[in-house]
Design a protein around this ligand. Structure first.
Ligand code: PEP
Ligand code: MG
Length: 571
């Protein structure tokens, strides 16, 4: 028995037999062609590319209606890479120039291209190099005459691989878990695993070489752990944990229609974070009272062009309509840092998280911003929309953004298009400067939403996507808690609605703390809603308030941790 540690993507615990998928690129056949063989080798490559294109198309065509919303977009990205001249044309050129066989030329070119992505500081862009390698693997697999997942039977298994492309992931229908050597939490593979709700661990290093076919595995998607060939005691322990987890999820479903309020009658609003309009329905089914954060930048990612006003309008309208009159908080473009949008171009900044991202970008590119504002305003005629501005730090940023909202309204009036004249405009509090001067924000804006993910990053000076400093990313640092507490207090005093929409809102271990600070609006991944609801139903806000006030006066992280643990235990 031994264990391998990686990064958990979620999905719970799974126990099963391993299926290890080989990496076709490791043993790529390399030989030189005779000049007379070149033409037939070129057409062999053409056929392989055609086959892969057809495979990707067939997968997209046969996606189940209730399948993950991201799947189609990910397949499109791979089809795009397949057609990219920097890959296919360059491989043909290399074949002509060096008389390399097709596998050799294609894998070499994919290697070059992926290496260029590796140069990026930005984690998201680095991960795109994996997409290139995955497409190349698919082509090489066809060239070598084998079919995708040929050793995959119908029996369920935990798939272990150096990497798995989103397309392969979708075709591995018997998968009950994924253990992957490469990748981080923002890899497409991770994103897809999360939305398929299959337990997965990425960044496992050399798992695909250490694990053997048919090994028994325990994969813990929460803890980011794979235990290989567990002994009976460990197996029994994890079987118990797994059963308890499943029972808990079933039990929580009973809370779906229970109104959300604390024991002492404080009503709490539970909202969902979504990335695509299709997720609105899932949010509704999970019991969300609305969308607290629609991260619109996902509409702009993984494509070469920008979505125009009509395309954006359709997406926002779809989300607003799906929520049937419930509020849908649409956040304007939060690009930059870990969320790259190739269509917006620009050079890689020195320090992306501190550079021209989010509202800074939008104010510098008012035409892009105005187009989005018009699309959001138009969608507001179809339901209950709200507009949310990310990354604000300065008073003049709010003023400028509000002036542009007015300008967009004027443009729509000129075109005779309907919109909600009183569309509420809110601001995200995710920079310490904004939390400290929240008094100014409540005077200018209709509501606030605290983005704890960035607030932690900027308060502690820890890049949230850098795994080397991940252990210093501490949500419960006294400074972070004080900034959150201050913001909530200021907003409540002014009568301005305030929510938390960062990951902390979905962490049930933080629910009592936030309730004790006076928070009554939480927005999170739909999967966390019921667990947080359970905490709220058991909590007494009036008793929590003085305990949390005391906790917030301490500078001592250990004491804060201890007080926090007691808050959670005293259920
Ligand atoms: C946050 O920063 O907490 C937040 C919700 O925004 P994002 O995670 O999209 O940066
Ligand atoms: Mg943020």
């Amino acid at each position: 028995m031994f264990s391998i540690h990686g990064t958990g993507i979620g999905g719970g615990i799974v126990i099963g037999r391993a299926r290890v998928l080989e990496s076709r690129q490791r043993d790529v056949p390399r030989y030189r062609l005779g000049p007379a063989q070149l033409e037939s080798e070129l057409s062999r490559l053409e056929t392989a590319i055609e086959v892969v294109r057809a495979e990707l198309f067939a997968l997209a065509e046969h996606l189940p209606a209730d399948g993950p919303a991201e799947a189609r977009a990910l397949l499109d990205v791979h089809a795009m890479i397949l057609d990219d001249p920097a890959l296919a044309q360059a491989a043909r050129d290399a074949m002509r120039e060096h008389l390399w066989n097709a596998e050799w030329a294609f894998s070499a070119q994919a290697g070059h291209l992926a290496a260029q992505f590796d140069e990026f500081e930005d984690e998201y862009l680095r991960e795109r190099g994996r997409d290139v390698q995955q497409v190349a693997e698919r082509v090489i697999r066809v060239l070598s005459g084998s079919t995708a997942g040929s050793k995959v039977g119908a029996e369920t298994a935990i798939f272990v691989a150096e990497d798995i492309s989103p397309a392969d992931m979708l075709s591995l229908r018997s998968a009950i878990g994924f253990g992957i050597d490469l990748g981080g939490t923002t890899s497409h593979t991770a994103i897809l695993a999360r939305s398929m709700n299959v337990p997965a661990v990425v960044g496992l290093g050399h798992a695909s070489r250490l694990v053997l076919d048919d090994d028994w595995l325990i994969l813990d998607g929460e803890a980011g752990l794979v235990i290989v060939a567990p002994d009976e005691t460990v197996l029994a322990e994890y079987r118990h944990r797994q059963a308890a987890g499943e029972l808990e999820r079933e039990r929580l479903k009973r809370l779906l229609h229970v109104p959300t309020a604390t024991v002492d009658g404080v009503k709490v609003g539970l909202f969902a974070n979504i990335e695509r309009p299709e997720e609105a329905e899932r949010a509704l089914a999970a019991g969300a009272e609305g969308v607290g954060l629609f991260r619109t930048e996902f509409l702009f990612m993984n494509r070469r062009d920008l979505p125009d006003e009509d395309e954006q309008f359709e997406a926002y309208r779809a989300a607003v309509a799906a929520m049937q009159g419930r509020p849908v908080t649409i956040r304007t473009l939060d690009v930059g840092a870990d969320k790259a949008v190739p269509a917006l171009g620009g050079t890689a900044p020195q320090n992306p998280a501190l550079g021209q991202r989010a509202i800074r970008y939008c104010l510098a590119e008012p035409q892009v911003f105005l187009m989005q504002l018009r699309a959001i305003l138009r969608a507001s005629a179809f339901g209950n929309a709200r507009l949310l501005l990310p990354m604000l730090a300065h008073s003049h940023e709010i003023d400028q953004a509000l002036r542009l909202v007015d300008l967009a309204k004027g443009q729509l009036r000129g075109r005779g298009l309907a919109f909600d004249e009183r569309l509420p405009v809110g601001g995200m509090i995710e920079v310490p400067a904004a939390a400290i001067t929240a008094g100014l924000f409540v005077r200018k804006l209709d509501f606030l939403s605290i983005g704890t993910n960035d607030l932690i990053q900027y308060t502690l000076a820890i890049d949230r996507s850098d795994h080397e400093v991940a252990s210093l990313y501490e949500p419960f640092h006294p400074a972070v808690l004080r900034l959150i507490g201050m913001t909530i207090r200021t907003a409540r005093k002014a009568g301005t609605p305030v929510a938390v929409c960062g990951e902390m809102a979905g962490d049930w271990a933080a629910t009592r703390l936030l309730l004790g600070m006076g928070l009554t609006e939480f927005s999170m991944h739909p999967a966390s809603l019921l667990r947080v609801k359970q905490e709220i139903l058991r909590a007494d806000a009036s008793k929590l308030a003085p305990r949390v006030s005391r906790l917030l006066t301490s500078d001592d992280p250990l004491r804060v941790r201890a007080l926090l643990a007691r808050l959670v235990e005293d259920a």
